[in-house]
Design a protein around this ligand. Structure first.
Ligand SMILES: CC(C)(COP(=O)(O)OP(=O)(O)OC[C@H]1O[C@@H](n2cnc3c(N)ncnc32)[C@H](O)[C@@H]1OP(=O)(O)O)[C@@H](O)C(=O)NCCC(=O)NCCS
Length: 179
């Protein structure tokens, strides 16, 4: 069964299994130089302690699959940025969908967020298909936004709004309240 476990320092050796794999990291502007284990430890320590990020390691039973998170949470507008990366051996088996669906449940439920957004490479059709499947819509194109391997890349911004069905019993939706 798929589990999202809050990010912890003990996950660093697992994260090292993909964080320098260019096949995986080519989709992230921030991961273009090799990362050492001590550097990754410092990064994980800060992320796990952050009040504006909620990061998780993804497991299927005992098998480590990758990472997902809601970052840059902007509490006044209740929105946050989605990140997901599966290590190479875990891709193409439907785990991305299960992990993101669980992350969205956490975002709408215990985090009480209103909007999730992300930017994805324009040519990353697999990730876009996953996001569309889970209710994300396209919001625009950011031209030459990333530089990966010396090449500028267009990014697409996508976002999902919390479905009305996920609101608590007493909640009202601004703009939809009956007067
Ligand atoms: C993107 C990622 C999270 C997707 O997770 P996954 O479990 O590997 O996803 P799957 O291979 O099961 O595919 C997801 C969907 O895309 C579809 N898909 C796969 N390859 C595709 C392609 N080349 N073009 C269009 N759709 C594609 C699948 O059919 C599936 O859709 P479905 O559920 O409707 O059948 C994972 O592959 C990953 O971590 N990739 C590297 C990092 C990355 O790209 N992260 C996202 C950055 S924004």
């Amino acid at each position: 069964m798929l589990r999202l476990v809050p990010l912890a320092l003990e996950h660093v050796p697992l994260i090292m299994s993909w964080v320098n794999d260019r096949e995986v990291t080519q989709y992230f502007a921030a991961l273009q130089a090799d990362v050492s284990e001590p550097e990754e430890r410092r990064f994980v320590e800060a992320l796990a302690a952050s009040a504006d990020d909620r990061a998780f390691s993804i497991f299927d039973g005992d098998e480590y699959l990758g990472q997902c998170s809601v970052n840059k949470i902007y509490w006044p507008a209740r929105n946050g940025r989605v990140f997901i990366a599966l290590r190479r051996a875990a891709q193409g088996r439907g785990h991305g969908r299960a992990a993101l669906a669980r992350l969205m449940e956490i975002a709408w439920g215990e985090l009480d967020l209103h909007k999730l957004w992300l930017i994805v490479r324009r040519d990353n059709h697999r990730a876009q298909a996953l996001y569309v499947r889970l209710g994300f819509e396209f919001e625009g194109v950011l031209r030459d936004e990333y530089s990966v391997g010396g090449r500028y890349l267009d990014m697409v911004r996508m976002a999902a709004l919390r479905p009305v069905s996920q609101l608590g019993p007493g909640a009202s939706v601004p703009g939809y309240a009956k007067n």
